[in-house]
Design a protein around this ligand. Structure first.
Ligand SMILES: NC(=O)C1=CN([C@@H]2O[C@H](COP(=O)(O)OP(=O)(O)OC[C@H]3O[C@@H](n4cnc5c(N)ncnc54)[C@H](O)[C@@H]3O)[C@@H](O)[C@H]2O)C=CC1
Ligand SMILES: [Mg+2]
Ligand SMILES: [Zn+2]
Length: 274
């Protein structure tokens, strides 16, 4: 089944419902999609509703619920769990749904004047009639980079990571800087190194909660590793044939590593997950 996001009018009946709150979806043994008209007959605290797209031929709507909401035989499942184990198109659907849900939850009132907002018909925008402003889904550009030195790659651990796992460096783009500048700045801040010969590899939407990852390879230029306090727990050079536990296979972090290893060892190149 293929996921395609489109704008659907929530005034139309029928279709399927995703039941969402704060990066979690209600699920039962059949999965995350529930017959929408049936859901509407249950006594659920619904905060808002969006028509978000088609899963195969089925129309899909996102119902924003209060955290207290529950249905018999269901439990709240985290988006992260679907990223780790879910089927690819299901994860693409939930990733989109979660970002629309996050945006909706954060824009029920105008950030400019504080008045309640309303959904604009036919557009993914929250409208403030009081000060005539519009609020669109927020996307946060972030760079992610694998620093390389011949047969070695630089990998680091944040205290937030699963025990033992090492990954590439990442960070949010600041206002006014280019992505290339961000790569150099973040590498300098996090591990104290200078890099050169940036190569753009590809991008990935990352719904935790709304990053757009722009992925690079960069060559080591100079410096000794100096770890940023609090952010980086350990950082070191690993040989491409002696790597530690790595991030989830669906992440662009993993793709950047797998691609470089494949190129160094002359193996077939992996493709970046959508
Ligand atoms: N798909 C992938 O393979 C990977 C994705 N990521 C994502 O990259 C993003 C950035 O990585 P980090 O190393 O955590 O960033 P970072 O190195 O810039 O530091 C994180 C800190 O930035 C601040 N921050 C949070 N949200 C922000 C925003 N929207 N704009 C500016 N600053 C913000 C907070 O103080 C946070 O503690 C995160 O969303 C993370 O989930 C990170 C690694 C792998
Ligand atoms: Mg970082
Ligand atoms: Zn306003």
């Amino acid at each position: 089944m293929v996921w395609r996001n489109t704008f659907l009018d929530p005034a139309q009946p029928g279709g399927w419902a995703l039941l969402y709150n704060q990066q979690h979806f209600l699920a039962d043994s059949n999965g995350v999609l529930f017959p929408r008209d049936w859901v509407k007959r249950q006594d659920l605290p619904i905060l808002g509703e969006q028509g978000i797209g088609h899963f195969g031929d089925d129309a899909v709507y996102l119902l924003q619920l209060k955290p207290s909401a529950m249905l018999d035989g269901c439990s709240w499942q985290s988006l992260r769990q679907f990223m780790l184990q879910g089927e690819a198109e299901t994860f693409r659907m939930l990733a989109y749904a979660a970002q629309i849900g996050t945006w909706y939850a954060e824009h029920r009132f105008c950030g400019s004047c504080g008045a309640p907002t309303r959904q604009l018909p036919g557009e993914r925008a929250m409208r403030c009639d009081s000060c005539e402003s519009q609020h669109y889904p927020r996307i946060s550009p972030s760079m992610i980079v694998l620093v390389t030195r011949g047969d070695e790659v630089l990998l680091a651990r944040s205290p937030r990571f699963v025990t033992g796992v090492y990954s590439t460096l990442a960070g949010f783009v600041e206002p006014g800087e280019s992505v290339e500048h961000c790569v150099a700045r973040e590498v300098r801040e996090e591990v104290g190194l200078e890099v050169k010969n940036l190569q753009y590899i590809g991008s990935q939407g990352w719904p935790f909660p709304h990053s757009l990852m722009l992925g690079f390879h960069a060559e080591y230029a100079s410096g000794e590793i100096v770890m940023q306090e609090d952010e980086i727990e350990d950082a070191r050079w690993f040989r491409v044939d002696e790597l530690p536990p790595l991030p989830a296979s669906r992440s662009i972090a993993r793709h950047l590593i797998d691609l470089y290893v494949a190129r160094r060892l002359g193996l077939p190149e992996p493709t970046l997950p959508a």
